[in-house]
Write a protein that binds this ligand. Sequence first.
Ligand SMILES: CC(C)(COP(=O)(O)OP(=O)(O)OC[C@H]1O[C@@H](n2cnc3c(N)ncnc32)[C@H](O)[C@@H]1OP(=O)(O)O)[C@@H](O)C(=O)NCCC(=O)NCCS
Length: 166
Amino acid sequence: MVKPTRIESVDPYDWTEILIASQSEGHNMVNRLLTDFREGTNRFDAPGELFFAHFHENVVVAVAGLNQEKDRSFGRAGRVRRLYVIPRSRGNGLARSLVEKITLSASAHFDALTVNVGKLDARGFYEHLGFTPVEHPGITHVKKLAHNNGVHSISESRAIASSRNK
Ligand SMILES: CC(C)(COP(=O)(O)OP(=O)(O)OC[C@H]1O[C@@H](n2cnc3c(N)ncnc32)[C@H](O)[C@@H]1OP(=O)(O)O)[C@@H](O)C(=O)NCCC(=O)NCCS
């Protein structure tokens, strides 16, 4: 499985295909990600925040970000945002790898992860990855993070320490 790459700016990469693909499916998340980044309203750079992508050469084929969750109903939570995989790259584990990487990174900073699937057909995906559906305004699914109980395996602890250093 190819590992996602942590990125800190949108500018060096080719977003044309993923932007067109997402908009042609009626999804606005890639456009929002690019617009918010370029306007400086969301650069995934607050404490604990980051975003990852998968590439074919310089072309972005999948993306997802981690923001701080403003709603404190689920404790100090991070929020998975802007997850999108271009249709030709689906079914290869790219979204799973993005969410797993975000989960690992988030466990060093947050007690839980939230997501708002909204009208998207991604409920099954998140539930397959261990998210629990909730009835809550603006949040459809929550996943408690492992560090809640303070117990990590040695390999998890190493991976978390390594993700803190990236
Ligand atoms: C949902 C989406 C991100 C999945 O991307 P993907 O790269 O094809 O997903 P993966 O290949 O990583 O799938 C991982 C696992 O989830 C499962 N899965 C994927 N989509 C699923 C769905 N809609 N329902 C149930 N399970 C699903 C896969 O079977 C796979 O299972 P496995 O790892 O046990 O074999 C992609 O279809 C997409 O971008 N959709 C449009 C945008 C969207 O809905 N984004 C979510 C924003 S909240």
